[in-house]
Write a protein that binds this ligand. Sequence first.
Ligand SMILES: [Zn+2]
Length: 240
Amino acid sequence: MDTIEQFLKWVKESDNIVFFGGAGVSTESGIPDFRSVDGLYNQQYKYPPETILSHSFYRNNPEEFYRFYRNKMLCLDAKPNITHYKLAELEKAGKLKGIVTQNIDGLHQKAGSKNVMELHGSVLRNYCERCGEFMSAEDVLHSEGIPTCPVCGGPVKPDVVLYEEGLNQKTLQDAVFYISHADMLIIGGTSLAVYPAAGLIDYYRGNKLVLINKSATPKDGRADLLIQDGLGNVFSKIEL
Ligand SMILES: [Zn+2]
């Protein structure tokens, strides 16, 4: 039995799948992994993305933060791809219990998924730092400079976990709960390089850990099944 067949067999047998995904899930929707710095980027910004997307940079240079954020992080026209849709179908069929994601694009919900644990927050939620008023991503996109609250005029901050900021504890606890109770854990599109998110897979106690990634990761040895292929190629083969 080849690896894809084994994968499909486990998916068929399981009714308690949890998916843990990273940037690679969304690259097929045209959302770039900001860690893969391109030439265009180099010409436009004086700082690396990790610097711009840090808490201290946001505090000290909010206008430059928002220039990068609008241009590189707010991909509001992006559409879910086959992986997002298949995961939503698996949930609807009662086979998948939750999605833990490092992505902030909201594409899983757009595809119809309900139980999505967003470790790094979401660009679709933005709140006034003074009064807590909600602002949509469209309004942030179409504002200029630092977006301000329509109610009190305070600065609006995206509900996105920046570098130097801690993860939301409730989201983290939920992720640990679902992963530790999962029968099958599918990990895809992540290099498993960023902690504490990468440490989450240590909570998995089953024997169906599937790792899908085009390139090698530091956790390949942990996998019960290693599939070195694109996520779309693999998920498109799931039939429900
Ligand atoms: Zn306000």
